[in-house]
Design a protein around this ligand. Structure first.
Ligand SMILES: Nc1ncnc2c1ncn2[C@@H]1O[C@H](COP(=O)(O)OP(=O)(O)OP(=O)(O)O)[C@@H](O)[C@H]1O
Length: 367
């Protein structure tokens, strides 16, 4: 379901054109007021811009040239907001069944599909409850089930994890990753981890315009816009999971903190078997993430000390980064003081040993 979007809303200074290929997830990153919600609302049919050409798999949803317009409920588009917005008087099951019902399914079909989706999000046990008795994380799971039970051809998510406690967000992020895989989706977020773990591609919006668009890893590790550089610019080392660490293709072992809660610390009793997200098994694709400011640069091998990851690289570029100097070394970057740069006599071509404490390295499975 390829999603083609182009719209101009001059009164909001919004002018965006982009395409999401079938089965891919696009993250929209950008500061407040950048236009993320405007894009989602326009795609969902909640806003009618004066100029737009919005197609889903070739079907015209909003095309101002021809006057084509499909109302929100008939678009095949599912919108998941920051707040779950459940119907308080309906049970969890009926809330989820509302999704397929509103997409035209019979009552019986809607209930069967709702039960399937409750199992998928690990909440079968809570089918008879009312939303008032659910935790924030459980309510958002119900909202995810309701959105997807309608079998939308395009899923739009507006800051889906922003209202959740930090200890609940990782499990929900994992769930979203699972249910979004293979679907065409757009997720607006402030959180670089959402982009990293949920999205194939990233578009950075600023002032109603796209200032960057590309594969997630490229945008997050080599940001070109000021906003992306501020929130991203992260070091990303890919590899596979092996005995609790990450092993790179070159044979380097990277130790770190697991970015997802392990099964042992995950809350129990919130549902069926699918609630227990399996911990990464050896061989799973994974990424290690750490900030350039957490990287120390040495020109000789550092003495052994606290658990640290070491990478031997060559300095390629030195560039100013705020009050610091960003030392770009092949695929990695370190932010150090100008004084340290001088003391180490760093120039392009210098071989360096980069160290990062394991405690400042986060490991995430990516499949
Ligand atoms: N209801 C509205 N009427 C008119 N202008 C609006 C309305 N809502 C937003 N805008 C304007 O449209 C522009 C884009 O805002 P939008 O809410 O889409 O940004 P956003 O990226 O979603 O920001 P946030 O992260 O704060 O939600 C801003 O200039 C904003 O002031």
């Amino acid at each position: 379901m390829t999603f083609t979007f182009a719209a101009r809303l001059p009164e909001r200074g919004f002018d965006v054109a982009l395409e999401v290929p079938a089965g891919r997830t696009l993250a929209l990153l950008g500061p407040n007021g950048a236009g993320k919600s405007t894009l989602l609302a326009t795609a969902a049919g909640l806003l009618r811009p004066p100029e737009a050409r919005i197609l889903l798999d070739g079907r015209a949803l909003t095309v101002t040239d021809t006057g084509a317009w499909v109302p929100p409920h008939a678009r095949g588009v599912g919108l998941l907001a920051q707040e779950p917005r459940l119907f308080p008087h309906l049970t969890v099951l009926d809330n989820v069944a509302f999704g397929p019902r509103s997409a035209g399914a019979s009552r019986a079909t809607a209930r069967v599909r709702a039960m399937d989706w409750l199992a998928e999000v690990g909440l079968t046990d809570l089918a008879g409850r009312r939303p008032g008795s659910l935790s924030g994380g459980q309510a958002q799971r119900v909202a995810i089930a309701r959105a997807l039970a309608a079998e939308p051809r395009l899923v739009l998510l507006d800051e889906p994890l922003a209202a959740l406690d930090v200890d609940v967000a990782p499990t929900l992020r994992h769930l979203l990753h699972r249910v979004l895989t293979g679907r065409t989706a757009v997720v607006a977020t402030h959180d670089v981890l959402d982009a990293l773990l949920l999205a194939d591609d990233v578009a950075v919006l600023d002032g109603g315009r796209i200032v960057e668009h590309g594969p997630t890893r490229d945008v997050l590790s080599r940001p070109r816009s000021a906003f992306a550089a501020r929130i991203a610019g992260l070091n990303l080392v890919t590899g596979t999971w092996e005995r609790g660490a990450l092993r790179t293709a070159g044979g380097e072992y990277v130790q770190g903190l697991p970015g997802e809660p392990s099964p042992a610390v995950r809350p129990v009793g919130t549902g069926g078997p699918s609630d227990a997200v399996a911990g990464p098994v050896d061989g799973t694709a994974a990424v290690a993430v750490f900030r350039p400011a957490a990287v120390a640069v040495h020109t000789t091998p550092p003495a052994a000390g606290s658990p640290r990851n070491t990478f031997v690289r060559t300095v390629r570029v030195l560039e100013p980064h705020g009050d610091l100097v960003r030392v770009r070394c092949d695929d990695l970057a370190a932010d150090i003081t100008p004084a340290a740069t001088t003391d180490l006599a760093l120039t392009p071509g210098t071989t360096v040993h980069l160290t990062i404490k394991a405690a400042e390295t986060h490991l995430y499975p990516t499949t």
